[in-house]
Design a protein around this ligand. Structure first.
Ligand code: SF4
Ligand code: SF4
Length: 384
């Protein structure tokens, strides 16, 4: 089979346990301390990594739940390093101590991702539903610096904490993070209950414009202290291009260290994937459905045989505005938001309200569109 390089896995998040010591409102897996551990054995884990190595040597992020709760976490990481993967780990920080840092170094962890959702204990702990969580992150950051372990900060935002976005960025910088990823929470897992709190399209546009100004300033100053990128807001790539054009700037964006290898907004199922603790393979961590299990079908086949994964690579079959959008190749639209809104992951991304040129001029395209949008259509161009 001819394998297209752009459709090989470059980054895989692997849920090695669903148990978690926190109870965050936005958690994709609704994890708690009582959640099932995940029944794969160390031998199953090794076999999975052997299968992945047959087609690629991606970055593998051990995640959870809280991955540090799994007893063989270091054995899994060491095996991955031995196989030639770039092993990373995502933790909420609370369990990090000197011993954990020494183990991370021993097994070759290349990058740790920490979550920080507020610039103060009050805001972060309210979001994480855990008094002391903020202190845990600050302490973990100190320890990583002491042990010279690179870390990045993931920050999740809803209406509840979005006002704090600029301060969280400053805090991530202050504590020495190599990168800061601004994530606009999606309607999945426990976040379904908190849907009313999710940022809407206009609010997302506001914060993505803010992010553009931040990134522009860093690029123009040649400031490489910290890499910044919104995650899971693929239309940021459109906004970035449009704003740079408006400003008459040719801004060269830096590549992310341990990025997802796409150079575009969303590469779910194209070069990234998520494997849950039961072995279900999904295009990304937030994708709610799966049609293949890597403990039944080896990963090197599952990656190609899953219909869902195949669909993710058929950009030309996207529907609605994404289906006719001139930015689709650099954006891709969020397939998860499309699924929640339209019950169809190939449909348009509802958090982006851009009206593609082909729609503006009412061109017929593949039978998807036969009229110019009219007053009353649920389409609003909020492009600056
Ligand atoms: S489909 Fe959506 S949630 Fe998944 S990686 Fe793409 S942008 Fe993120
Ligand atoms: S319409 Fe779809 S492809 Fe175009 S910018 Fe918006 S989300 Fe991206």
């Amino acid at each position: 089979m001819a394998i297209k390089e752009e459709f090989l896995p470059k980054w895989i998040a692997w849920e090695i346990t669903r148990r978690c010591n926190l109870n965050c409102i936005h958690c994709r897996s609704s994890s708690t301390m009582e959640s099932e551990q995940g029944d794969f054995s160390f031998e199953d884990g090794k076999k999975l990594m052997d299968d992945i190595a047959k087609i690629s040597k991606p970055t593998i992020v051990l995640t959870g739940g809280e991955p540090l709760l799994r007893e063989d976490v270091w054995d899994l990481a060491a095996y991955g390093t031995e196989k030639g993967f770039r092993m990373c780990i995502a933790t909420n920080g609370v369990l990090v101590d000197d011993e954990v840092c020494k183990e991370m170094k021993r097994v070759g962890i290349k990058m740790v991702s920490l979550s920080l959702d507020g610039s103060t204990a009050e805001i972060h702990d309210d979001f994480r539903k855990q008094p002391g969580a903020y202190e845990g992150v600050m302490k973990a950051a100190e320890l990583f610096k002491k042990h010279d372990i690179p870390f990045l900060i993931n920050s999740s935002f809803t209406k509840r904490n979005a006002f704090d976005i600029p301060n969280v960025y400053k805090k991530a910088r202050e504590i020495g993070a190599r990168a800061w990823y601004m994530f606009l929470v999606l309607p999945v897992g426990r976040a379904e209950e908190a849907n009313a709190e999710l940022l809407n399209a206009e609010e997302a546009q506001y914060w993505l414009n803010w992010h553009y100004e931040l990134e522009k300033e860093l690029i123009l100053k040649g400031d490489n202290t910290i890499l910044v990128r919104p995650t899971c807001a693929p239309h940021y790539y459109r906004i970035f291009n449009q704003n740079a054009k408006r400003d008459g700037l040719d801004l060269k964006r830096r590549n992310l260290v341990f990025g997802t290898g796409g150079g575009k907004g969303c590469v779910a199922g194209q070069s990234i994937a998520y494997i849950d603790c039961h072995g279900w393979l999904r295009p990304c961590s937030y994708f709610p459905i799966s049609d293949i299990n890597v403990f039944d079908v080896p990963f090197d086949r599952a990656w190609f045989e899953s219909k869902i994964m195949q669909d993710m690579r058929k950009i030309e079959e996207y529907k609605g505005r994404c289906g006719v959008c001139e930015y689709v190749k650099i954006c891709n639209g969020c397939r998860v938001r499309a699924y929640w809104e339209h019950n169809d992951y190939m449909h348009e991304d509802p958090i982006c309200k851009y009206v593609p040129v082909k729609m503006k001029v009412g061109i017929k395209h593949k039978g998807l569109l036969n009229k110019t949008p009219e007053k009353g259509d649920d389409i609003k161009d909020v492009t600056p």
